[in-house]
Design a protein around this ligand. Structure first.
Ligand code: NG1
Ligand code: ZN
Length: 545
């Protein structure tokens, strides 16, 4: 079967702007007005991917996460709910960059031939979007591609990114022994709330939390989830939802949200939190979360992805021991070079758990985490989850507890496997997990913070002539190119007590990021500035060649 004519006709409606596109760590993301052709072409690829995967449903999420309101983006979700397989990313890039409608059809057919995709096979796509004003127009572009390729589709309208990942997995596992949950948004709330209630059964304290939803899709979705959750009086938690205005598009991620809080190291100006109040912020599509509070001396204290990782790893380790499963389940933590060195030290020396460092981008962390029985992965910015291997799930499900206390711990561990989103980092699921852990430990945020002290650090964004000249190795911790740049950084770092610094090209912005840690804040700032100076010099040199 040939779709040539249908694709040609439809593609004419979505002319490609003169620009080079690349499917990166976050799919395609840019100013929304540049995206119609990209989304149309991603739709074509989704259809091909579904056909290649025997008609399993592929997810398409239209979102630009924590970016400003005028941006948008699109990314694909593979049948098991994880991110698009890396070998397909270049196909997405090739589709997006095809110069003419004819060339696009050629790329489409070339892919079918080279991968032996049967174009008569059924194709299925499910999709959703965040609250951006450009979303509906981009959905129309997607639908044009799905129609042109005779693809069956379901429009889930507004969802958080992790909700779509959940639905993709549910859709494709329905009726199998791996069924993940009911194929509906309600199914998502039911799965999380049932697990939360179970996990809270043996908790020591109950709490209250204020959640800033970045004025994004997380707002209405968290409000919905709350309806399913027990309140503090009912043995659960009181969740106060703030920054949930999705009707004024300009408010999205503006002066609030996880990215604002993490990068500015302060609470949203609108926050009314009193000292000690537990607060959290989601990002625009609710796949990131960070916690924070104001301490007794009125200082802002951040509990970021590293903190959630250490909290979760410690708790799951304890549950493993208490339930008599410690020897049967290996726990590991996956971080990137941006993880604070103090968290890495704490995990190695106090929790005595293995750590793996991967390049930036959740797909790398996710894959690395799959190698452990229980793999905890978080980026410092708050994106992460915990993966349980099929063997770990079986071990937990078949374990016979030897005492009532083992039974209690096992019940909580079992609930955790249901509560934690297995497809992707999920701010709502992570929120409930942290609340469960704090309730079990009877901890306030200050107790949580006191587990270790972060090393002072600074992240700087450096604009250079050409960021692509910066090549790295060792999970992005060292530069291999430009030549001599790393030697200059090493020389500098050696002069600082507890100094650590690295530079890498951003995958999502036209810039190089420099990270530095040192014994004091002043030294960390100074080191970051000096390394940024080196980067500027080499970035400029490379351009002038
Ligand atoms: P880049 O721009 O490649 O540094 C940023 C974040 C990543 C990840 C992606 C996707 C930092 C330092 N980098 O990547 O962690 O979240 O965006 O959104 O936070
Ligand atoms: Zn996000």
């Amino acid at each position: 079967m040939s779709f040539d004519q249908q694709i040609l006709e439809a593609s004419k409606k979505h002319p490609r702007p003169a620009r080079i596109f690349a499917y990166g760590t976050a799919g395609f993301r840019m100013k929304a007005d540049l995206l119609p052709s990209v989304v149309f072409r991603v739709g074509l690829l989704a259809a091909a991917r579904s056909r290649k995967m025997n008609g399993q449903s592929i997810g398409v999420m239209i979102t630009a996460s924590h970016n400003p309101p005028e941006d948008n983006g699109v990314k694909l979700v593979d049948p098991y709910g994880d991110m698009l397989e890396a070998t397909w990313e270049p196909h997405a890039t090739a589709f997006a960059n095809a110069k003419t409608d004819e060339e696009l059809v050629e790329e489409f057919n070339k892919l079918h031939t080279s991968l032996k995709i049967n174009s008569s096979a059924p194709a299925r796509v499910i999709y959703a979007r965040d609250t951006r004003a450009s979303g509906p127009t981009l959905v129309d572009c997607l639908v044009d591609a799905l129609t042109a390729t005779n693809t069956e589709y379901t429009d889930y309208k507004l969802l958080t990114t992790p909700q779509l990942h959940y639905l993709v997995r549910c859709t494709n596992t329905k009726g199998t022994q791996y069924e993940y949950g009911d194929v509906s948004e309600t199914g998502y709330y039911e799965k999380l709330s049932t697990a939360f209630k179970q996990a809270m059964k043996n908790a020591k304290s109950k709490g209250t939390i204020t959640v800033d939803c970045a004025n994004g899709v997380g707002g209405p979705k968290l409000r919905e989830l709350v309806k399913y959750l027990p309140s503090q009086a009912e043995g659960g938690v009181d969740i106060k939802v703030v920054n949930e205005d999705v009707h004024k598009p300009d408010n999205l991620n503006s002066q609030c949200g996880a990215d604002f809080v993490k990068t500015q190291q302060r609470a949203p100006p609108s926050s009314k939190a009193a000292p000690g109040d537990r607060c959290a912020s989601l990002d625009g599509d609710a796949d990131r979360i960070v916690y924070y509070f104001i301490d007794e001396d009125s200082n802002f204290r951040l509990l970021d992805g590293d903190r959630i990782a250490t909290l979760a790893a410690a708790f799951l380790g304890e549950l493993g021991e208490k339930s008599g499963l410690a020897s049967k389940l290996s726990i590991g933590v996956v971080q990137t070079a941006y993880a604070n060195g103090a968290s890495t030290k704490f995990i190695t020396e106090n929790l005595k758990l293995p750590i793996q460092c991967t390049p930036t981008g959740v797909k790398y962390l996710h894959h690395a985490a799959q190698r452990f029985d229980i793999g905890v992965y978080f980026e410092a910015n708050g994106h992460g989850t915990v993966l349980f291997s099929p063997l770990a799930l079986k071990t937990i499900a078949t374990h016979e507890p030897q005492s009532p206390s083992q039974a209690d711990a096992l019940a909580t561990l079992t609930a955790a496997t249901e509560l934690i989103n297995q497809t992707v980092g999920d701010a709502l699921s992570d929120l409930l997990l942290v609340e469960v852990i704090l309730a079990h430990k009877a901890w306030d945020p200050a107790n949580w913070l006191s587990t270790y002290t972060d090393y002072p650090n600074r992240l700087v964004r450096v604009e250079v002539g050409n960021r692509n000249v910066f090549k790295t190795e060792d999970a992005e911790r060292r530069l291999t190119e430009p030549k001599h740049a790393q030697a200059r950084i090493d020389e500098l770092v050696g002069k600082y007590t507890k100094g650590r610094s690295f530079a890498r090209a951003s995958g999502t912005e036209d810039a190089v990021r420099v990270y530095a840690e040192a014994a004091t804040r002043a030294e960390a700032d100074d080191l970051a500035q000096k390394v940024a100076g080196i980067v500027k010099q080499f970035g400029g040199l490379a351009l002038s060649k």
